[in-house]
Design a protein around this ligand. Sequence first.
Ligand code: COA
Length: 258
Amino acid sequence: MSHDTPHVIVEQRGHILHVALNRPDKKNALTHAMYTALADALARVESEPGLRLTFITGTADCFTSGNDMMDFMQNPPTGTDSPVSRFLEGLRSASKPIVAAVNGPAVGVGTTLLLHCDLAYAGRGARFQMPFVSLGLCPEAGSSLLLPLMLGHRKAAQLLMLAETFGADEACEYGFVNAVFDDADYQQKAWEKAELLAAMPPASVRLAKAQMKATFPQLKDVMASEGAAFMARLKSPEAMEAMGAFMQKRKPDFSRFS
Ligand code: COA
């Protein structure tokens, strides 16, 4: 069955599958259809021997504003076969490398998906944020495990609980991205790194990735429990208030909650 959407452009370039988010009028907010296309692209790279690597980009000045709040409110994901769950599991279980190039907003999963990339590069204009708690939700994509490991509890709390926005240099310092380039050529520079990696001995690359990933055997269970909690939170009155406020372009009011 075809799951084509114009909002994700998938193009094979040599041994690399380039997956480009392409919904600029909504800041590349991710709908269920887009998650399906992303999950299918990851599955394709896994299954095709000629493909060695996934290269994920947004549009030139926007990576993604994260989950499409309208789509998620109207049609909340309910299980492990939902498109978002399939995508996150595809990221976690990928045996072949994933390289990302990020500029402009990288919100929510736009930041946390980088935790699963093997290489990531940012343009100077990149702005990162994980506003799960401020939206009445909870951390996802393994971030509740991986961020405290990367940064310690307090810095992770600053990013996950206060949902502070940070720029490209901080993202590099924290370890979300490998390097920061000018906005004009960050994607080309990232592409050059992807090509270098795709030219390496592929079985050896996969083994190195598997060895590094074996360090976090608990990640699968953590992501499953985060996913269940996230889906439950989507129906919570706090999340309804937060996401409703965003759609209505007003400030959320959490004063009535205990
Ligand atoms: N879901 C649904 N629609 C979204 C969206 C999202 N996550 N992010 C942006 N949009 C829509 C806006 O509603 C707006 O639509 P409109 O033109 O019909 O009014 C359009 O995309 C442009 O967004 P806008 O907010 O005007 O752009 P901006 O440049 O001022 O700000 C962001 C960009 C990404 C900082 C801002 O849109 C934002 O904070 N988005 C929400 C991010 C978020 O909380 N994601 C959920 C994570 S779980």
